[in-house]
Design a protein around this ligand. Sequence first.
Ligand code: HEC
Ligand code: HEC
Ligand code: HEC
Ligand code: HEC
Ligand code: HEC
Length: 452
Amino acid sequence: MKTQFCKYTINFRAVMPVIIFLAVSGWGTIALSGPSRTFDLDRFIDPDTCSGCHYEIYEQWSNSMHNLSHKDPVYNRVANFLRQGLTDQGEIDEAESCVKCHTPVGVITGFPEKLSDDLSKTPDIATRGIQCDYCHSVVDVEKMYNNGLVLEPGYGEDDPGIKHGPFDDAEPDFHDAAYSALHDSAEFCGTCHDVKHVTFGTDLETTYTEWKNSPFNSDDPEERITCQGCHMYQRPGVPATASTKRPENPGPAADYSKERPHIFTHYFVGANSGVPASFGDSQKAAMAEARLQHAAELDLDLSNLDKKQLGIIVSNTGAGHSLPTGLADMRQMWLEVIVQDKDGNRIFETGILDEKKELPGNTLIYRTVFGDGKGNPVLNLAKAREVLHDNRIPAKGQAKEVITLDRILEKESTIQVRLLYRSMPQKVLNLLPGEPLGPLPVVEMARVSHTL
Ligand code: HEC
Ligand code: HEC
Ligand code: HEC
Ligand code: HEC
Ligand code: HEC
């Protein structure tokens, strides 16, 4: 028996025990608990248990940035650095808020509540980051930023409850299953991938909003691509960006279940290659590189060289959001430009890393810059009261840059331009106390060259 229930079709046999339980405990019908509600820790099932039947999905998720969200050394070191020396309560509240997305099972079960808690006491299951039973217990989204997910987990392995997913006909014997349109929507991802300052409301990360305002959020099913449509189609050899094919991935969802036309992959690869590699996962590092290599195109505009002007066009051809996105004040996507005369002497260069792996001041970097509310740039996102600058390239958009040379190029001069990416400025890593971190990998996203 099936009943239509908001956006979900729920298998009735599956909900019965829950309804009875809720009725007995006096809440009447299904109560949608807010994210502030704390659940007992034993209501969440270890990802290892899910791996017993969903081994392939488990392997894909292992060492993904979701699995590593709590352990990620770059996140931990940066977060603890940004927390130091703050005195303004509004800034402190922001600096403490990170665990809500990076350690979500901990927050929803009561520990940690904030970043400065003794994180070595984090329960083992919560250290596994954004995990199977967290995502698949989601029943609603309360607000579209700062993790507004509403969960209804089961009661542990003895009574695992309903796992929400893409099928309306799954009948697993271990847990109950229900179709969820929400899991196929950008909103499911977007509530964590839009980050606002908890006190000042400043937009710190806007991946979801960028997507929402992009041509990919189209009513035309031919044009429409959600987060899942790119990120949950990628697999080794299939980068699945807007500039590549995104073929279906047929197979079984569980080790012994029937073949389905498409199984959503769980690698959750973005642009981060350094952190998975530091956990020994060279496959996910290579997949992040493949994603970056199918995100952008470079073109030269040589029509004004006689006026000493070199034009460079950077096109976002692969991403469903701005390039770069996410933590865009830290991410570095920049142009390396080298112009040589016919004898190979450099007559112009920019964007070349120095011996400390830092970028020269004149580098053209695509990024956001936060301000203190009075127009002064701030490095610490806890102090971000405004967005001062954002020159990132929107989905399907272009940036046109003009470099003024000091001479007219003679025949046989060469121009070489590369678009490069790394996930964190070395300058920031060099500020962190303790063991040196980095250098992080630099990935070539695109290259173009021309000989006159
Ligand atoms: C004893 C085996 C087994 C275990 C353990 C198991 N599953 Fe499943 N699961 C299945 C089978 C079988 C299916 C149905 C596959 C199909 O119909 O194609 C399924 C389907 C699903 C679905 C799809 C539901 C839908 O309707 O779309 C989700 C989501 C899911 N499982 C999540 C989990 C999570 C999370 C865990 C760990 C808490 C887990 N599973 C543990 C066997 C299992
Ligand atoms: C970040 C949230 C998230 C995490 C973590 C996650 N999943 Fe999923 N999973 C999804 C979404 C979203 C879908 C469906 C995508 C859609 O319908 O567009 C899905 C689909 C599934 C399905 C249906 C088959 C398929 O892949 O299409 C199964 C089974 C499943 N997940 C099991 C797991 C298991 C097991 C784990 C842990 C190893 C896990 N998931 C971790 C979000 C997540
Ligand atoms: C049309 C394909 C496509 C869609 C749709 C898409 N992405 Fe991406 N995504 C990419 C590509 C390509 C990259 C690598 C380039 C980059 O870093 O932006 C990427 C990178 C990312 C990154 C890493 C960014 C960084 O530089 O640190 C995150 C996080 C991300 N995507 C999340 C999302 C979310 C959330 C959605 C939905 C709101 C989404 N993506 C929709 C293609 C897509
Ligand atoms: C519970 C909050 C949450 C949800 C839900 C969520 N994410 Fe994430 N996601 C994160 C966090 C936090 C990170 C970064 C972890 C880190 O870098 O330490 C991340 C990282 C990623 C990355 C890797 C970024 C990189 O730099 O390589 C991708 C890609 C991504 N998410 C896509 C998705 C997609 C697609 C969905 C929906 C199916 C989704 N996320 C749902 C919180 C979430
Ligand atoms: C609303 C959810 C959310 C909250 C709250 C949050 N983050 Fe994140 N964080 C993300 C997502 C999503 C990403 C991945 C974006 C990307 O890849 O660019 C991320 C990535 C990061 C990264 C990059 C890690 C790496 O390996 O490159 C750092 C550093 C980070 N966050 C620090 C923080 C700090 C510090 C706080 C608290 C002040 C915080 N985050 C709070 C969602 C969140």
